[in-house]
Ligand binder design. Structure first.
Ligand code: HEC
Length: 216
């Protein structure tokens, strides 16, 4: 088992830990600010700035310690150029498989070959949770929103892979909630994720291996 931040095996993470913590603490930064939950932790993944709304905590209570973390802090161009960290409840196996299938396809493309990836769909009840942080001079800054995708039972909204989308602010206030059949959700979330329907609507192509073992 690997500790969460092991500077020998994973120097990038501890460098990020430093950047994130200094980012949070600098009051002169334009989008940094005092978080009500600020504590003196030295590990950014122990710092929990987000309050979970009831709908979110029902499916995600203590996700930081119970779930698999799929990524470190990644800069997400399509998610409004924010830094993101992605966790999953029970989607790890499917995510890993689809990630490697996707890599094989990219490799084949590079060599002008054909590869037809076999993507799997996520088990009912899987939750994908993404923490979002503003970008502050190229590094993760103030935490901003939580976005979730929850795999509901077949029939919930088959045209959208039966995924429910939720977005809340840092205090747990719901910004948006529903499926792609809802106009606002379609506009803000589902219309983009539908582009990746073949990978069961899950976009991310980051996988931070040491993080996968963090809580195992
Ligand atoms: C413009 C396209 C776009 C829109 C709009 C969008 N997303 Fe995403 N989403 C992405 C991409 C791309 C990723 C993968 C991370 C990355 O590479 O940026 C992602 C990742 C996610 C993830 C982690 C699982 C995954 O697919 O990798 C969740 C959860 C998520 N988005 C929820 C939402 C919610 C909720 C909304 C609406 C509030 C939303 N997204 C709107 C493009 C989008």
């Amino acid at each position: 088992m690997l500790p969460l931040v092991d500077s020998k095996s994973f120097p990038k993470l501890s460098a990020l830990a430093f950047l994130v913590l200094t980012g949070f603490g600098t009051s002169t930064d334009s989008n940094a600010g005092e978080s009500p939950h600020k504590t003196n932790v030295t590990n950014p993944f122990e710092y929990q700035p987000f309050t979970l709304s009831k709908d979110v905590s029902e499916v995600s209570v203590n996700y930081r310690t119970r779930w698999s973390r799929l990524t470190g802090f990644e800069l997400s161009g399509l998610h409004w150029n924010q830094f993101v960290v992605i966790y999953t409840s029970s989607g790890l196996k499917t995510y890993k498989r689809n990630f490697y299938e996707h890599l094989k396809q990219i490799e084949a493309d590079d060599e002008d070959e054909e590869y037809d990836p076999e993507y799997k769909t996520y088990p009912v009840g899987s939750v994908m949770l993404k923490e979002n942080y503003l970008t502050n001079e190229g590094r993760p800054g103030k935490p901003t929103t939580l976005t979730l995708m929850i795999k509901r039972k077949p029939g919930f909204y088959p045209q959208g892979g039966d995924w429910e989308y939720i977005e809340t602010d840092i205090n747990g206030k719901i910004i948006i909630k529903g499926n792609g059949g809802d106009t606002a959700v379609k506009k803000r979330c589902a219309s983009c994720h539908i582009n990746i329907a073949d990978r069961d609507y899950i976009f991310s192509t980051f996988l931070t291996e040491p993080a996968l073992h963090a809580h195992k």
